[in-house]
Design a protein around this ligand. Structure first.
Ligand SMILES: Nc1ncnc2c1ncn2[C@@H]1O[C@H](COP(=O)(O)OP(=O)(O)OP(=O)(O)O)[C@@H](O)[C@H]1O
Length: 350
């Protein structure tokens, strides 16, 4: 996804720690004013990539450009303090001995006094923490501290804001609210941001662009909608939602499975993998015979576990409709062939 101007360009970025290839040939482009969410399981290289962008980590290969200028790579290394980058990390430690106003002013020492005061006033007003200006951090709630940390990061008007798991210290209820507020402030500012998270739902909620990493590689990147609805890889399909893996056999241009025959997408190479999301399965008058093994109500969602001949694992079906079925009932199910996810087998690369 490109906009008229790229604020961040990663080109073949690589970094190794001994035997560990923390970053392998990562290339990515982020438009000005966009939010990129880096997501992946622990150890996939998210923080190393963020640190490399910040200039806290050097590269073994490739380059990083910010606003059209190389900051790392090709024999260039711009020190972190000269990259015009703002940071917000997990523990967003505010200086405990400074008030909110003083915390926000901290990164503005280069500005003349009057200009600094005006910038602080404007930033805290915009972020809605003016009423807290004379309080110390221990007098603030977690959500308020987070806002002040955001004000402190944005006050120097960075070209790029880097956030490492910025919401993970907040409890669930507060997290969604603070996240929505924070990102709308970042967008209103027109600030380009890179956010790291390990939470798939959070990644989809946050990013204009979502980049999924695995073992130091970029698996795929795209809008949250694209990467969820039409993933290019089985890894992405199963990272962002639970999936049923269905054994499949290639025959005559199609796939034979215990759930029936599925057409093979054109251009598919290698052994196919068939994944079916729980919400792509429905009960029907006729179709594939199944037996109810378990029914659970997960709030709005009903989940059925179904045994189907030829499947070693129960098939998980989920939806918002309630079904009057009990354990042991014989039912029929249908799967929309258009909703089946078919990929080349990528597990050998994992
Ligand atoms: N300074 C270092 N020295 C040695 N190995 C490192 C160093 N920094 C990171 N690594 C290794 O590089 C890999 C990527 O680490 P990184 O911290 O980037 O992962 P991550 O995706 O941010 O994980 P988490 O979500 O747990 O923070 C890991 O295997 C890690 O052990």
């Amino acid at each position: 996804m490109k906009s008229a101007k790229s604020m961040l360009v990663l080109s073949g970025v690589s970094r190794r720690f001994g035997d560990v290839e923390a970053l392998r040939d990562v290339s990515l482009e982020l438009g000005s004013g966009q939010t990129l969410c880096l997501v992946g399981h622990s150890g996939c290289g998210k923080s190393t990539l963020l640190r490399a962008i910040a200039g806290i980590e050097t590269l073994d290969g490739g380059s990083i450009s910010i606003d059209g200028t190389i900051v790392s790579g090709d024999g260039v290394f711009v020190e972190p303090e000269h990259r015009r980058i703002g940071f917000m990390f997990q523990d967003y430690a505010l200086f405990p001995h400074l008030t909110v106003r003083e915390n926000v002013a901290f990164g503005l020492s280069a500005l003349p006094r009057a200009e600094r005061a005006a910038r602080v006033a404007e930033t805290i007003e915009r972020i809605g923490v003016t009423a807290l200006a004379d309080r110390y951090p221990h007098m603030l709630s977690g959500g308020e501290q987070q806002r002040v940390a955001l004000a402190r990061a944005l006050a120097p008007q960075p070209r790029l804001l880097l956030m490492d798991e910025p919401f993970s210290n907040l409890d669930r209820g507060l997290r969604d609210k603070v996240r929505t507020e924070t990102l709308s402030i970042v967008r209103d500012h027109g600030t380009t941001a890179v956010v790291v998270t390990h939470d798939p739902e959070e990644a989809l909620a946050i990013g204009d662009m979502v980049a999924l990493m695995q073992g130091g590689r970029l698996v795929e990147a795209g809008t949250g909608e694209r990467i969820y609805d039409a993933p290019w890889t089985a890894y992405a399909a199963s990272f962002f939602s639970q999936v049923n893996e269905i054994p499949a056999r290639l025959s005559g241009g199609g796939l034979d499975t215990p759930l029936g025959r599925f057409p093979l997408p054109t251009g598919l190479e290698g052994l196919p993998r068939l994944l079916v999301r729980p919400q792509s399965i429905s009960l029907a008058e006729t179709g594939i015979a199944a037996q109810v093994q378990h029914r659970a109500i997960l709030g709005e969602i009903e989940e059925l576990s179904l045994s189907v001949e030829g499947l070693s694992q129960p098939l998980i079906m989920r939806g918002t409709a309630r079904h009057d079925v009990r354990v042991g009932d014989d039912v029929f199910i249908q799967i929309n062939p258009g909703r089946a996810l078919i990929f080349p087998d990528d597990r050998l690369d994992a």
